[in-house]
Design a protein around this ligand. Structure first.
Ligand SMILES: *[C@@H]1O[C@H](CO)[C@@H](O)[C@H](O)[C@H]1NC(C)=O
Ligand SMILES: *[C@@H]1O[C@H](CO)[C@@H](O)[C@H](O)[C@H]1NC(C)=O
Ligand SMILES: *[C@@H]1O[C@H](CO)[C@@H](O)[C@H](O)[C@H]1NC(C)=O
Ligand SMILES: *[C@@H]1O[C@H](CO)[C@@H](O)[C@H](O)[C@H]1NC(C)=O
Ligand SMILES: *[C@@H]1O[C@H](CO)[C@@H](O)[C@H](O)[C@H]1NC(C)=O
Ligand SMILES: *[C@@H]1O[C@H](CO)[C@@H](O)[C@H](O)[C@H]1NC(C)=O
Ligand SMILES: *[C@@H]1O[C@H](CO)[C@@H](O)[C@H](O)[C@H]1NC(C)=O
Length: 446
């Protein structure tokens, strides 16, 4: 029946798919988005906005939950759209400090290394023992039987990572709020952290709030929380509802960071990320002083630079590094085309069982222009933000994605089922797995 309908009346199936897509939170978005991003990839695309022509706008740090403009949501529309006029976010750069140089001089680059098979110490927890595991990341539960992906340890070339220790981590978190802020990749890292730590807490002394914009894991005896705030674009956008967001049109207020910052500003340790949501084509900008609903259109990477500019201004004006730790997690690579690591092969991450064993491997799932623009922005904040540069080490892990071994929200069609690689998730990461290493790095620097 369904099949006939699909064959004969595609027109009726399409709205049905749209509804499913709305329900089906991030994966489909990211999958689609990064696919588009990849197709339109132009590695030598260099952004040159003439500084002299730019109009600098100060991010409106005071406007939160108290504004005359409507809050963006999935019903928001642009009344009209024009080309980008060149407005930029004016940032208060920190005075260039030498913190980064000092740190790198006295310690080795833990992000440069290799994966070592170590089934004696890894995984750090069992998938089935974590009651907070997500069905989208529980690969073994969803049928993955090759479990090699759980047994790899990251080994930096010139030193060792601090050995993961649950009790020591809890001591670092005592009386504190640790908050992850970002998209579904960051949510995966948050779930990994909860799974790494939860077993230490008796079940009647811990709790998890219902899934919402802000989701909170609480451990009573340490008076500590591990939280996740959904803010895939960091600034205010029409995608700020973790479930009900628009997929087809991305609207942001590039100068409005307070909507989210009002929720994150009291956390003690913050872990940010943002990347894939910018890679789905042009973004519409609705500046806060614009009263007629007129938007400007800009490509994803430049829009990301504007948003990160607002975020950076929040960091430099509001963060006291003695009181707050801020981390930024660099882009999480995707493995959508196996020809990139295995020329002539036309698959994706489906069926991959081992890491890439080629030092310095770099695929198209990590966008280099984005990488350098992020580095540029972060370098002006280097006394306040620690970078968790997970991109290269995750690039090697083509084996770490769920592929077909996760819960899918869309019913899979027969033609998909007959071709598993067509519905593989090569964006997120199985747990236990790669994000556990990101958290070991966080532990290392905390
Ligand atoms: C991605 O989304 C666009 C609409 O935004 C759609 O036309 C296209 O078919 C989608 N591609 C995939 C691979 O789902
Ligand atoms: C709203 O903004 C006005 C002026 O900008 C300020 O005086 C007032 O305290 C704000 N209200 C809230 C609830 O933040
Ligand atoms: C900042 O936001 C407040 C409240 O929405 C608004 O009254 C004020 O004009 C804004 N300031 C700027 C510079 O946009
Ligand atoms: C660990 O891996 C080695 C080599 O693959 C294997 O011989 C051994 O049985 C494994 N040990 C455990 C505990 O799985
Ligand atoms: C628990 O931690 C919060 C900060 O997260 C702090 O304000 C509060 O005083 C702490 N309570 C106790 C009993 O230590
Ligand atoms: C769009 O324009 C109409 C008419 O000019 C106006 O009434 C409406 O408020 C505008 N919408 C927004 C979101 O500003
Ligand atoms: C992260 O490391 C890569 C090398 O693996 C480097 O090219 C990039 O600039 C670094 N990113 C940041 C933000 O430091």
């Amino acid at each position: 029946m369904q099949k006939m309908k699909w064959n004969k009346k595609k027109v009726h199936v399409f709205p049905f798919l749209v509804i499913l897509l709305l329900v089906f939170i991030t994966f489909s978005t990211l999958h689609n988005g990064s696919t588009i991003g990849q197709i339109h990839e132009s590695p030598d695309h260099i952004h040159q906005v003439e500084a002299s022509l730019a109009i600098y706008v100060k991010p409106n740090l005071s406007s939160h939950l108290n504004k005359s403009q409507e809050v963006l949501d999935r019903f928001s529309r642009c009344n009209s759209t024009t080309e980008y006029t060149g407005r930029k976010i004016a940032r208060r750069g920190d005075s260039k400090s030498s913190v980064r140089q000092r740190v790198s001089a006295k310690s080795c680059d833990v992000f440069s290394g290799r994966w070592v098979f170590d089934n004696a110490s890894y995984p750090l927890y069992n998938e089935a023992d974590c009651p907070y595991m997500s069905d989208q990341l529980a690969c073994n539960k969803h049928g993955r039987t090759d479990l090699g992906y759980q047994h790899w340890r990251w080994q930096p070339h010139d030193c060792n990572l601090k050995r993961w220790n649950v009790k020591e981590m809890w001591e670092k978190l005592r009386g504190k709020r640790l908050m992850f802020v970002g998209d579904s990749l960051n949510r995966g890292q948050w779930i990994s952290m909860v799974c790494l730590l939860q077993s230490e807490i008796p079940s009647d002394k811990r709790s998890m709030s219902p899934n919402a914009h802000l989701t909170v894991f609480r451990a009573e005896e340490y008076n500590a929380t591990i939280e996740f705030l959904w803010a895939p674009l960091l600034v205010e956008s029409n995608s700020d509802d973790p479930v009900n967001h628009r997929l087809d049109e991305r609207i942001i207020r590039p100068d409005s960071v307070m909507k989210h910052a009002s929720l994150w500003e009291h956390a003690d340790i913050l872990v940010f990320n943002t990347y894939l949501w910018w890679r789905q084509g042009p973004v519409k900008l609705l500046w806060t002083d614009e009263e007629n609903g007129a938007c400007e259109k800009l490509d994803g990477q430049e829009a990301m630079e504007l948003a990160m500019g607002s975020w950076a201004d929040w960091v430099s004006s509001k963060v006291d590094p003695l009181k707050k730790r801020i981390f930024f997690v660099t882009m999480s690579p995707t493995h959508l085309w196996s020809r990139e690591w295995n020329p002539g092969n036309e698959g994706n991450c489906y069926g991959e069982k081992d890491p890439i064993d080629f030092e310095g491997y770099w695929g198209s799932g990590s966008d280099l222009p984005t990488m350098s623009s992020v580095e540029n922005i972060l370098s002006s904040l280097n006394s306040k933000v620690s970078v968790l540069n997970v991109t290269q080490l995750s690039e090697y892990r083509k084996d770490g994605h769920p592929s077909i071994f996760r819960k899918f929200w869309e019913p899979l069609r027969p033609e998909q089922l007959s071709n598993p690689s067509s519905y593989s998730d090569c964006i997120h990461w199985c747990l236990p797995g790669v994000p556990d290493t990101w958290n070991e790095l966080l532990f290392h620097f905390l």
